[in-house]
Design a binder for this molecule. Structure first.
Ligand SMILES: [Zn+2]
Length: 82
């Protein structure tokens, strides 16, 4: 993880502005969706939303099962456990 060296304050509605240079670098446009993660160390991570496997997070080679995305690898593991 890289430190951008930028700090920003939350506004009264809890919003924070991502610097334009970083938005450009990350390919974020108005209307882009971000997923929000946090860990036990108190770090908050924003990740550009992408459709991914519910089990491992891979974004490639996805199948859909009952409205959930599953990669072929995880689907194979599930098949062996059945
Ligand atoms: Zn998977």
């Amino acid at each position: 993880m890289k430190n951008t060296g930028v700090s920003r304050e939350l506004d009264t509605l809890g919003r924070v502005v991502i610097p334009k240079e970083l938005r450009t670098t990350m390919g974020l446009e108005q209307g882009s969706s971000l997923e929000i993660f946090y860990d036990e160390k108190g770090q908050i991570i924003l990740q550009k939303f992408r459709i991914h496997c519910e089990f491992c997070g891979r974004a490639e080679d996805l199948l859909e099962l009952r409205g959930k995305k599953v990669c072929r690898s995880c689907a194979g593991e599930l098949r062996h456990q059945a």
